[in-house]
Design a protein around this ligand. Structure first.
Ligand code: PAF
Length: 322
């Protein structure tokens, strides 16, 4: 077992052992956004089958879809469901230290993002969850987010001016879009398609994997490969659910989570590779020439604010990570 894995096992599941025997709970309910056949569904279903297999069927894991991520986290917190696979979108409202990973243009590529999240930096943030009544088990991902809209091609920040863009309920993302001159409108993903159909918003931003899995090409004409922010996901569980597992089952639980992470990341990589061609095939206009430097320059006031309001030393460590 690598150091990272030992750290993850120690930190992520560091909640006191309860007196109850391992067999007291045989069913675990896990909710995830998006269809079963998406990178998120694949992660949750891999966890489910791996944990059932590793425990020889002593546990049954029921996976359910819920496109309202804030609601899923609240349900985990109060214990009406056991675990969720969620983007970090709303997580910063529960565990503010997570917001550092939502800063635009922080990660160079998937290797950088995955490396940081699996390192001590990511584990330290997972270790903040128990103070908020949650257990952060493992980092998975959505991938890099791209902008879509129904009005025009976006090449520079000037093209974004005045567009109503749905964002997640995430104050870092909202600040970014305001700074870029757009009108951010936060809402749960479950409300997005009707909002696009009714023109309440002009556009949205999500990784290719999400755009393909949800057929957003049916309600959006243009996509620009802005890759403006990496979108982590995290598996979050209820502390009592984890506390009811005995030591051996906790190790199997973590093992199942690693299998889920590998399946999720492989699927995001595959979706990213095939997605542009697929969306063009479905009739979308995909802009790949993007003035990234202009987006970064336009965000300068927001970057300065995040240096003050987030953890500047950790931001530097993340940028310098090799
Ligand atoms: O846009 C969002 O809310 C998230 O990216 C999604 C689609 C629910 C996946 O985590």
């Amino acid at each position: 077992m690598t150091l990272t894995r030992r750290l993850a096992l120690a930190a992520a599941l560091a909640v006191p052992l309860a007196a109850a025997p391992a067999l007291a709970q045989t069913q675990i309910t896990v909710q995830h956004a998006l269809p079963a056949n998406s990178h998120t569904g694949v992660g949750a279903l891999t966890f489910a089958s791996a944990f059932e297999r590793l425990t020889n069927g002593r546990y049954k894991v029921v996976a359910q879809r819920n496109d309202n991520e804030r609601e899923m986290i609240e349900s985990v917190q109060i214990g009406t469901i056991d675990c969720t696979f969620t983007s970090t979108g709303p997580v910063g409202n529960f565990v503010p230290e997570v917001r550092i990973f939502d800063v635009p243009f922080l990660f160079r590529d998937a290797t950088h993002a995955r490396g940081v999240l699996d390192s001590e930096i990511g584990q330290q943030v997972l270790a903040r969850f128990p103070a908020r009544g949650l257990v952060g088990v493992i980092w998975i991902e959505n991938g890099f987010r791209n902008m879509t809209n129904s009005r025009r091609e976006i090449h520079t920040p000037a093209d974004l001016r005045g567009l109503k863009i749905r964002t997640m309920e995430n104050q870092v993302h909202m600040r970014a879009f305001t700074t870029l001159g757009a009108l951010p409108t936060p809402m749960a993903f479950s409300e997005l398609v009707p909002a696009l159909q009714q023109g309440t918003v002009d556009g949205q931003e999500n990784p290719i994997s999400v755009i393909v899995a949800n057929n957003l090409n049916q309600v959006q004409r243009y996509m620009t490969m802005t890759r403006h922010v990496y979108s982590p996901q995290v598996m979050i569980c209820n502390p009592q659910t984890v506390g009811r597992l005995n030591q051996a089952d906790r190790a199997l639980f973590q093992q199942a989570a690693w299998e889920a992470q590998a399946a999720n990341r492989a699927r995001v990589t595959a979706d990213d590779e095939a997605g542009v061609a697929e969306l063009r095939r479905r009739g979308m206009t995909v802009v790949t020439e993007v003035d990234t430097a202009a987006f970064q320059a336009a965000l300068a006031p927001a970057f300065a604010e995040w240096e003050r309001t987030l953890d500047a030393a950790t931001l530097r460590r993340i940028r310098d990570w090799r």
